[in-house]
Design a protein around this ligand. Structure first.
Ligand code: BES
Ligand code: ZN
Length: 859
């Protein structure tokens, strides 16, 4: 694939202090016009000024020196598509020092969900449009010329000219609303002029402006901050939950960081078309509908929990990211890793019954352990330059590994010092920029511990270690080495990386012991058996000899440690360091397990096994094993919520029913069919928390008729979680024709481009559908680039799920195809799935026989 050209940084030449910006979307021809004054400081006299700008037509440019009032008129403009800049060449020199740059511009409201774009929706049978922004990382330049770099912080005075019946929303509150008096009869009557208060000093990527017909709910929190939640018409009832979580999250962070939320108002807006989950624009946070809206009758517990986590994540950014911003995108992880950690702390505080930290271990740590086990991963701190490279690092390394590493240091320092250090860091760098080392510095200052030295291992090096435990005559010995999921990568690697590993365990009297282990070989003081990585707080895996593992199984371990054992034993099986049958034996000892997170791990392990060995003659036996594993659980839990049960039972029930039903449990299939028929005939929907399972079972066991019914439901659904739920079911059919139909449906008018992925992912993970999914990507690649934009981080979402393929020849095909494509910011994702696929093919070769033998004995 072609390499990206380096992009020049612009902040070196001039420093913007303030932008006065008038933005005028035109909903008739889907364009926008703008006027801009940039108050700036020129570092030296110059005849040319370079600004970031993409797809904007510029006019009426001149420059005025503030001291002398001398103006420079424009000579000409050159546009660089490659560098995403405009160069304004002046007729005579612009003097150094403070000055004002005037310009006007026009652009198109785009369709690709970035820059200033339009979103389409229906209300009462009428097609409607709203206009909104998505600037992170480098798309503010698509809405107005600017120095589009996080370090170029400035104050923004935004004025919007919008249709009179629209809501105009930006980062701050309106200070003046007037009538728009167009110069002549230009078809622009009926617009109003809304002037907003100046923003705090902030980065361009956090600016937002939105114009649309909206309704809202609002309330003040205990600190007097007004929180408002906006939706398109008819949906404000679904905004109540978000309002509560928003209010409480701000209170929590205000206290935790020791800094009050600095704006008087926080707006949260649900946008019908939205590329990612949500965006933390300061004071005007935007969300896709499924990440903000909750319908009390139809939204499942899991989706409600997701909404809470997303809100807590975005609101954390109001401090970590907005108040203090990374200097450059290399430190993106500071934003995303931190927010992905602290969202759990906030939610644990607001909803203690959810026991959300257990899910942190199951999700974030699980994701980090998987992605970072590849040779094709990257260090958390990674040099990036071109916008494509920047969008590429919005990945699980920045988010999940980042979050895990933060949790590791929080655990190492203890709650109090950690919190104090954060507060110091935020206060010290408020309204400014920071780098990773600045955070370590603050934590070191309050704790007196060598934070920087330990953490450098985790943020500057790729991967993580596996600790192997050996029993010798003299007790236990340990060795650490980098863990590779792929045996091919492990064998070809000469990696000798070492980490400072915080190792935690519980000794015989249940006292928690800690030690920093930093050698290739060594001992742990006072370790006398038991499970390592107690609480699963370190980013490591542990390999125990079978004899020790047996002893550990018999201990009464907390849920996260039980799940850790299963996770590591499956990973060791996949990587060829331990037989798969050992992991299967381990699962057998979990028959009476009650905890959701542990079952998630069991389901994941067996699910992967089914995927990888789906073409082997014994694949039906895996299905049988899954049914035998989950049917008893499903029967125990039943179809309806029980009073007083743990919150996570709602999710456990859905999973158990689906696993049992999809793997052939007759009684469960019959009940799912009954409930589905009742829904069709009488309109009585299955309970919200198990509706997903019903749809999936119906699809798995269904044919043409069910497919038609589900697509009909999809089109009729108003709630976007409901659409996602059905979309996922569309990918679960067995019949290849129907799976192809599902793929084509995902590209049809009935499915928003933002929602294609839930259908696609489901087909790609279905062993009957994964090759079809790959063919679909190959055939439509150019179309995807057109819809999602080259370089957008979204496009990698159609590649990631292909990692479920386990056929070496297909890996070669994928490799060949992408070699021929232009660079669009998916290089790393492609090499990652190739590594995964080849590792899986290897697993098949290596273990099919042994697994078959084990299965014949058990099923
Ligand atoms: N800053 C991101 C939004 C974003 C993502 C912008 C990718 C540009 C590229 C936001 O804070 C975020 O991380 N959103 C997550 C949700 C979160 C709960 C993990 C998302 O959109 O997936
Ligand atoms: Zn984020």
């Amino acid at each position: 694939m072609a390499k990206n050209k380096a992009h020049k940084r612009l902040l070196n030449n001039l420093k913007p202090d303030r932008y006065k910006l008038i933005i005028h979307p035109d909903f008739k021809d889907h364009t926008f016009r703008g006027e801009e004054v940039i108050f700036l400081t020129l570092k030296r006299p110059t005849k040319k000024i370079v600004l970031h700008s993409v797809n904007l037509k510029i006019s009426d440019v001149y420059f005025k020196n503030l001291k002398t009032a001398q103006t420079s008129t424009l000579y000409d403009i050159s546009y660089s598509v490659e560098q995403e800049t405009i160069t304004l060449n002046f007729a005579r020199v612009c003097k150094k020092g403070q000055g004002e740059l005037f310009l006007k511009f026009v652009g198109k409201l785009s369709d690709d969900m970035r820059g200033f774009y339009k979103s389409r929706y229906n209300h009462n049978g009428k097609e409607k449009f709203l206009a909104t922004t998505q600037f992170e990382s480098t798309d503010a330049r698509r809405a107005f010329p600017c120095i589009d770099e996080p370090e170029a912080k400035a104050v923004f005075d935004v004025t919007m000219i919008v249709p009179r019946h629209h809501e105009a929303i930006s980062n701050t509150m309106p200070i003046k609303i007037g009538e728009h008096l167009p110069a002549e009869a230009s078809g622009q009557a009926g617009y109003k002029v809304v002037e907003f208060a100046p923003t705090p000093k902030m980065s361009t990527y956090l600016l937002a402006f939105i114009s649309g017909e909206m309704e809202s709910v609002e309330g003040k929190n205990k600190d007097g901050v007004l929180v408002r939640v906006f939706t398109t018409h008819g949906k404000k009832k679904q905004a109540e939950f978000a309002l509560e979580v928003g209010k409480k999250s701000l209170e929590f962070y205000g206290k935790y960081f020791g800094i009050k939320y600095p704006l008087p108002v926080l707006d949260m807006i649900a946008i019908p078309d939205f590329a990612s989950g949500a965006m933390e624009n300061w004071g005007a946070v935007t969300y896709r509908e499924s990440a903000l809206l909750v319908d009390p009758d139809h939204t499942a517990a899991e989706d409600r929990q997701w909404v809470a986590l997303v809100i807590a994540h975005e609101l954390a950014h109001q401090w970590f990211g907005n108040l203090v911003t990374m200097k450059w995108w290399t430190d993106l992880w500071l934003n995303e890793g931190f927010a992905s950690y602290i969202e759990y702390l906030a939610i644990d505080n607001i909803f203690p019954k959810w026991q959300i930290w257990k899910q942190f271990v199951s999700r974030e740590l699980g994701i980090a352990l998987r992605l970072d086990s590849l040779a094709t991963t990257h260090p958390i701190e990674v040099p990036v330059n071109h916008p494509n490279e920047i969008s590429e690092i919005f990945d699980a390394v920045s988010y999940s590994k980042g979050a895990v590493v933060i949790r590791m240091i929080a655990e190492y320092l203890g709650e109090r010092d950690f919190q104090k250090g954060l507060s110091l860091y935020l206060k010290r760098h408020s309204y400014g920029n920071a780098e990773t080392k600045d955070l370590w510095q603050a934590l070191e200052e309050v704790s007196g511990k060598p934070v920087g030295k330990i953490m450098a291992d985790w943020t500057k090096q790729s991967g993580y270690p596996i600790l192997s435990v050996h029993k010798t005559g003299k007790g236990f010995e340990f060795n650490q080495s980098r863990f590779f999921m792929s045996p091919i990568s492990r064998k070809s690697s000469k990696d000798k990386t070492l980490w400072n590993v915080p190792v935690i365990w519980q000794n015989k009297s249940r006292k928690v012991r800690r030690e920093l282990f930093s050698k290739h070989f060594g001992r742990l003081n006072g370790f006398s058996g038991g499970k390592l990585n107690f609480g699963e707080t370190s980013l490591i895996r542990v390999d125990y000899p079978e004899s020790i593992l047996k002893n550990i199984e018999n201990l009464k371990l907390p849920a996260v440690d039980r799940l850790g054992l299963i996770r590591d034993s499956f990973a060791l099986a996949e990587s060829g360091q331990s037989p798969t049958t050992l992991a299967l034996n381990l699962i057998e000892s979990y028959k009476n397990e009650k905890e959701y997170v542990v079952w998630v791990e069991i389901s994941g392990g067996l699910g992967r096994l089914a995927q990888v060995f789906s073409e082997e003659s014994f694949s039906d036996r895996i299905k049988e094993l899954r049914r035998l594993t989950f049917s008893p659980l499903a029967k125990k839990l039943g179809w309806n919520p029980k009073r007083g049960e743990p919150f996570t039972n709602a999710m456990l029930r859905d999973m158990a029913l689906w696993e049992a039903g999809a793997n052939g449990d007759k009684t469960i299939i019959d009940e799912a069919k009954k409930q589905f028929t009742l829904y069709i005939k009488k309109g009585k929907a299955p309970h919200k928390d198990i509706r997903g399972a019903v749809y999936l079972i119906i699809a798995k066991c269904g044919g043409k008729k069910e497919f038609a019914q589900l697509t009909k439901f999809y089109k009729e659904a108003r709630l976007s979680d409901e659409k996602n739920r059905i979309g996922e079911a569309l990918g679960a059919f067995n019949d290849k024709n129907l799976l192809n139909k599902a793929l084509n449906f995902s590209l049809s008018k009935a499915v928003r481009p933002q929602d294609l992925f839930s259908i696609f992912r489901s087909v790609a993970r279905n062993s009957k559908g994964r090759l079809l999914a790959w063919q679909f990507v190959r055939k439509n690649w150019q179309k995807f680039i057109k819809i999602y934009g080259a370089g957008g981080h979204i496009i990698s979402k159609v590649i990631e799920p292909l990692g479920s393929i386990s056929d070496r020849r297909v890996a070669d095909e994928i490799e060949g195809f992408f070699k021929k494509q232009k660079s669009v910011g998916v290089e790393r994702t492609v090499s990652q799935i190739l590594e995964l696929i080849r590792a899986k093919a290897e697993w098949r070769n290596r273990e099919s026989k042994n697994i078959e033998k084990w299965l014949i004995e058990r099923t």
